[in-house]
Design a protein around this ligand. Sequence first.
Ligand SMILES: [Zn+2]
Ligand SMILES: [Zn+2]
Length: 638
Amino acid sequence: MADIKVILKDGYIKEFPAGVSIREIAYSLGKKLAEQAIAGKIDGKMVDLDQKILSDSQILIITIEDEEGLDILRHSTSHIMASAVRQLFPGVKVAIGPSIEKGFYYDFDRDETFVPEDLEKIEEKMNEIIAADIPFERLEMNKQEAIDLFKNLGEIYKVELLEEIADEKVSLYKTGDFLDLCRGPHIPSTKKIKAFKLLSIAGAYWRGNEKNKMLQRIYGTAFKSKEELEEYLRKLQEAVKRDHRKIGRDLDLFSIQEEAGPGLVFWHQKGAAVRKVIEDFWKEEHYRRGYELVNSPHIARSHLWKISGHLDFYKENMFSGIDIEGQEYILKPMNCPFHILIYKSSRRSYRDLPMRMAEMGTVYRYERSGVLHGMLRVRGFTQDDAHIFCTPEQLKDEVLGCVDLAEFIMKTFGFFEYEINLATRPEKFAGTSEDWDVAEATLRAALVEKNLSFIVDEGGAVFYGPKIDIKIKDALGRLWQGPTIQFDFNLPGRFDVTYIGQDGNKHTPYMVHRAILGSFERFMGCLIEHYAGAFPTWLAPVQARIMPITSRTQEYAMNIKKTLEAEGIRTDIDDRSEKINLKIREAQVEKIPYMLIVGEKEESAGNVALRSRSKGDLGPKPLKDFIIEIKDEIKSRR
Ligand SMILES: [Zn+2]
Ligand SMILES: [Zn+2]
């Protein structure tokens, strides 16, 4: 056969006989690469190792070290899991089994419910299949043939999927007796799976639709080595311990009440105390940076949402149908139109700009009950929202100001690592291309000036303007949605927002939406998990607990409480007639930063026996010294 030219990584060209496979190419490049190879790419399209190459093409070897390789490994492990489940539980129907971030799942239709012990049995069976070194075979056939095949097997979900495929030819993968409809690619053989674990069982509607049957989803994960798997499982356990719903209950921070409805958060006294500190800090910082704080209503006439366009493209997310004197009102899903109305309440000139309008605005959005999650996905939440109206000359400073404020606030809360995305113009967009160019360049310049590295998501912006999205990394290295800075070339036009320029003519100002925390609810959830409930002193709901050793020092303890409260320190007292060790243990569990233990010895010296949550016993200290120290800690937000 004639030779073909293969372009490899880094543009290196090599000749092979036509019909050479990816596997053979990998071998020709080295034994180690051949061992690590699990799939390939021909001109950008992912294929199996055995795929033959018939003409000149660009070839990439995918190994287990690549992100795509790991995906293939995980997805392949899901096939093995399904195969094991079918062997162990005859009559089970299989639905879909993709790889997901950090793992995979497979959905099953089975009359009985899977229990945790089943996972061990399935893992055992999977280990057998892996040890047997069974190849993944790719089969191609006509769609109708495949439909008949799966009909015979009773696999109704596969039949349903097949019937929706437009192509005439489809591909199946076979491992031993297990047959699955799949595009591939897959690892060459089951033995490539070195480290996997099944994690949990959950209910999942077929195709995510509540009207369909509820299936059982088994989650699992796979890594390229046992060490990496162990490390991941350790972090997972840590994440379970830090779950904000659990800590929120244990520390009495918040609740969600069935009687009131799902997705609506009740902030209890302790959670509200933390929120107040965040709000005070936020307000102070905004005033310091020239923002105007406003308040707006929770509902408005549907007419307003017609002007804003929300009724056309956001209707399914809005709680509507409040009838007041025959007119429909809608709960606000966003604050923007309200801020625009405030802007428009007076004639604005260039002298009024920049106008930075901020509000802790409570909004309501419909989310399906299935996706609600503690404080993180809710139906009612308070955004730390702001809208900036400015002239073209002011734009750069304003964007820079937003980025600077975002970084300052995030660092204050202990977030020092970010993943930043700059989303640029999509195909269809509002405004002019000149506006977009200016806005994108300004966002970019601000990030560069602040020395922040970022990824550009070309074409990834929503139609009304480019934006910066900042994700923050928590103590476990997980990413959380953080600040956003979003241009808007849509609303100013819809509402006819203008200012009188120096030339005496009307102009449209630039409008920027921005939020730093996002919402108080989600940010609180994030903080709880980041600190594992052990808030730093400045945020802690109770900063110091006083513990009299006997009833004889009760009065001294009460006086200390009054003194501390007068200094603005959040304090409580544990005067139960319990052993002091028990009181200490409980305060420790409640993650209170300081414990002040007072007996007669301390009273006569005007001291407290000080204990810190993190450093343990700190010995006796004059009360006045403690006050100076803790106030300094609070003031510097530690
Ligand atoms: Zn597959
Ligand atoms: Zn807005």
